[in-house]
Design a protein around this ligand. Structure first.
Ligand SMILES: Cc1cc2nc3c(=O)[nH]c(=O)nc-3n(C[C@H](O)[C@H](O)[C@H](O)COP(=O)(O)O)c2cc1C
Length: 307
């Protein structure tokens, strides 16, 4: 069976994954934290925590709140900053077989370009995932993901600043995600990832105050799966570049739905907080499905639900 996926077919170096199972940014740290639970080298790719030019402390507590079938988070991009990432994390990644993709976030187009240029040529970094849809930060973030022109401008700036393959991660907090996907694809993105979290909130009736320090947060987990799946299905009908599906994937069945909707690869996030082995359960379940159904190449089932 061949589970390999080429996520950047138009890129000179490409971004070849041994299988389609990736980690969702912000739920797997820098790939080292889960070492005791998951054989990380079996994964398709690791996407690290959102990285900014300067280290960030993140938002005031509380930052997470469980909801029925989901999780609200407002971490606010707490991270060590790109310089520390390059000094402390990348050298370790360089010795790994699994490709590591760095998720970046900026407050301006220039920030995104600077981040991309700093990461260019760093051993251990195989690609960039551009977050243009963080709902939990005051400056930047979702601003770029909501407008097709701004999304295209960020994409072009990042592509011009790096020779690494570039995945642009889209926000679902828009009227028409297809329009944004088309804009970033035309601007040169090698792949798109969808979706980031949906904006939401919760109120603590004892304190009569919002449950999250940031008031609003991003909803993830099984609650958002049907929304994410439909967005992947819609976008897959319009763009030619590979799609990474993300949002509420907890099982191989979920992952297969995204693949059949048109995703070439998938990311697992919140499910890991419930089941630290979720990534490998998803991978092994996909393998079992392919074996049972006599599917030799993953590509045979990508977009199967569309034909
Ligand atoms: C605690 C937490 C932190 C996150 N941090 C980031 C981040 O730094 N950058 C980013 O692009 N997405 C971030 N996300 C969004 C996830 O990568 C993913 O798009 C979203 O959670 C939907 O997938 P899921 O339902 O499998 O979790 C975060 C999500 C959670 C739950």
């Amino acid at each position: 069976m061949n589970l390999a996926v080429q996520l950047a077919p138009a890129h000179p170096r490409g971004l070849l994954l041994q299988n389609p199972v990736m980690t969702a940014s912000g739920t797997f740290g820098y790939g080292t934290e889960y070492a005791g639970f998951v054989d990380t080298q079996r994964l398709g790719a690791i996407v690290c925590k959102g990285t900014t030019l300067k280290p960030r402390e993140g938002n005031p507590q509380p930052r997470v709140k469980e909801t029925p079938a989901g999780l609200l988070n407002a971490i606010g991009l707490q991270n060590i900053g790109v310089e520390a990432l390059i000094q402390e994390k990348a050298p370790l990644w360089a010795s790994w077989q699994v490709p590591v993709i760095v998720n970046i976030a900026g407050e301006s187009v220039d920030d995104y370009a600077k981040l991309a240029s700093k990461l260019d040529g760093v051993a251990g970094v195989s690609g960039i995932e551009v977050n243009i849809g963080c709902p939990n930060v005051k400056a930047g973030g979702m601003e770029f993901g909501k407008d097709p022109k701004a999304a295209a401008t960020v994409t072009k700036a990042v592509k011009a600043a790096t020779s690494l393959p570039v995945i642009v991660k889209l926000t679902p907090n828009v009227t028409d995600i297809v329009e944004i996907a088309l804009a970033v694809s035309e601007a040169g993105a090698d792949a798109v990832c969808l979706i980031n979290t949906l904006r939401g909130m919760a109120i603590d009736t004892d304190t009569r105050k919002p449950s999250l320090g940031n008031i609003c947060g991003g909803l993830s987990g099984p609650a958002i799966k049907p929304i994410a799946l439909y967005m992947v299905y819609e976008v897959a009908g319009q763009v030619k570049i590979p799609i990474v599906g993300c949002g509420g994937i907890s099982s191989a069945e979920d992952a297969l739905e995204f693949i059949m909707a048109g995703a070439s690869a998938i990311e697992v996030g919140t499910a890991q907080f419930v089941n630290p082995r979720a990534l490998l359960d998803v991978l092994e379940g996909i393998e079992r499905f392919m074996q049972k159904e006599g599917v030799n190449e993953l590509s045979e089932i990508i977009g199967a639900a569309r034909h």
